[in-house]
Structures are given as C-alpha cells and as structure tokens.
Design a protein around this ligand. Structure first.
Ligand code: PMP
Length: 281
C-alpha cells in the first residue's frame, strides 16, 4: 500500500491519508498551537502507553487544554492503525482547533483537532554501531518540558547536525548539557551514569524513564545532576535516548572520539536489558 493510502484517524473518522484534510484556520497550522506524542508499538503492542498518555495530559494541561479522550478510548483509536507484524510508532497530534478568525488569543470553547497515524520505525542498526554528534547552543523556548508541535528551533538544530554529518545536536545552555534536539542524554564517567535533572529545560522522555528504571534496578551508581559541557570531553560513554531510536551510543563528539571511540560496556549492559524489556513488556 502506498503511504498515501494508509489509514489515519482525524476527528473521529478513519480515512486514507490522502483524504485527511484540516482547515487552514486550524490553530495548529497557524500558530503551532498544539501538542503531540510519539508512541512506539512493537509487533502491535504499544510500549509504555500509560506513560505517554500521562505526558500527553501534562502537555495539554500546560497549554490550558484537557485530554479529549480517556486511556481506554485512545487505545481503541490507535488499534486499527497498527500492524501486528511490524515495529511502528503512533504519531498523535492535538491542536486547539479551528477558530473563526486568525487571532493570537483563544477561547476555551474550541473543539480540538485530533489526528493520529502510524508509521514504520526507521531501521536503527547503523546508529547502534556508534554515532557522531555535535554540541550547539540551545535556541529553544523556556517550556521544553511541553511536547509542543512548535518545533522550529529543534528542527533547525537537528538540521545543523545533519549538515555536519552528525546524527544529533546536543544542546547546551549556560554551560550545561541539557538534551539532544530530539532525544535525552546520558553520560557515563568512572562507573557512574549521569543525566540532567528533569526540569523545564528538557522533555520528560519516556525512554529516559525506562532507562533510569533499568539503571536503578541494577543498582548501578546513578545521578540526576547538572552536567557541565566540559564533562562531555572526558566522558567514558555518551548515549542519546528516544522512542524511535531507543538508546544510541555516541562515539564521536565535535569530530573527536568519545573515550576510545568504541561503544562502552555500560551501553551494552543497559541496551541488552532494554531489548529484553521491549520483547517482554
Ligand atoms: N527530548 C526531545 C527534545 C525530544 O523531541 C524527544 C523525543 N523525540 C526526547 C527528548 C525523547 O523522548 P521520548 O523518549 O519520549 O521519545
């Protein structure tokens, strides 16, 4: 089936992607006034769905909206979009809806636009062999904990990395390491795993949460702490985490090898546990 014909969900109806249409007055289109979720599904089983839905509720709440559906309803909405033979992700976007005229201010009585589709997860084997990243000054806004569709800064930062043959941009603010343009970051130094604290500078990544649970279950020394940029220069390992790329080891940063330039033992340990979780959860 061509991607154009694949089934999508829009405002209560399923239809082929090519037939799904929204108004040009939709506030998501005009202002990026909406939030989204990306939920992985392994062979038809949604991974950490409750955590994704709870983050969605928080994102909506932060922009003064409420979830239009319950967890059970979301599950029912997603099922027809999923292929039980494939690894896919659900992309869910909710905007504030369509107003009568273009105006920054909004009223509370708009009907949200709800859109969901699935897509195959792109192969990541090549990234698991070690990737290149660069550090770059964070140009985003102050509410990075909200999974807002307004992603202009993120896409420009990611593109800057791609232009320099890197898989990801690692964002720096006030001399501190925050996260990737579309991922969270972990750093290993002298047997301790570090990750920046969860505040409004970073997205509360679900993969980050899964990885932290695995680390703590193994009783590996771990700290959620501010990480200075210089720490990256002396790191034993650097990993980036996200729902579609899982845990990616960074072996080259700013054109210099991370430690010996090979994938570290801690990554192997945590990635093995992550793969087990994926297979059995
Ligand atoms: N930070 C940012 C800025 C992101 O866009 C993402 C998701 N692509 C993440 C972190 C990782 O979040 P998750 O593990 O929930 O995919």
């Amino acid at each position: 089936m061509s991607p154009d014909q694949s089934l999508v969900y829009l405002n209560g109806h399923y239809q082929p992607l090519c037939d799904a249409k929204i108004s040009v007055l939709d506030r998501g289109f005009l202002f990026g006034d909406g939030v989204y979720e990306v939920i992985p599904s392994y062979r038809g089983r949604l991974f950490y769905l409750d955590d994704h839905l709870s983050r969605l509720a928080k994102s909506l709440n932060s922009i003064r909206m409420t979830p239009p559906h319950s967890a059970t309803q979301w599950s029912e909405i997603f099922q027809p979009l999923l292929d039980p033979t494939k690894d896919q992700y659900i992309y869910l976007q909710i905007t504030r809806g369509v107003a009568a005229k273009r105006d920054h201010s909004f009223s509370d009585d708009l009907t949200p636009t709800v859109f969901a589709m699935s897509a195959d997860i792109a192969p990541i084997e090549h990234l698991r062999c070690g990737t290149q990243a660069l550090t770059i000054e964070d140009t985003r806004w102050h509410l990075c904990n909200v999974k807002a569709t307004t992603l202009l800064a993120n896409i420009l930062l990611r593109q800057e990395a791609l232009d320099q043959q890197c898989a990801e941009a690692i964002l720096i603010k006030n001399g501190l390491v925050l996260e990737g343009a579309a991922s969270n970051i972990f750093v290993v130094k002298d047997g301790v795993i570090l990750t920046p604290p969860q505040d409004s500078n970073i997205l509360p990544g679900i993969t980050r949460k899964v990885v932290i649970d695995l680390i703590q279950n193994q009783r590996i020394p771990f700290q959620e702490t501010a990480i200075r940029t210089e720490t990256l220069d002396h790191a034993d390992e650097i990993w980036l985490t996200s729902s579609t790329r899982e845990i990616i080891p960074v072996t080259e940063l700013n054109s210099r090898s991370v430690s010996s330039g090979t994938i570290g033992p801690m990554w192997h340990r945590i990635n093995t546990l992550f793969q087990e979780k994926k297979a059995h959860d």
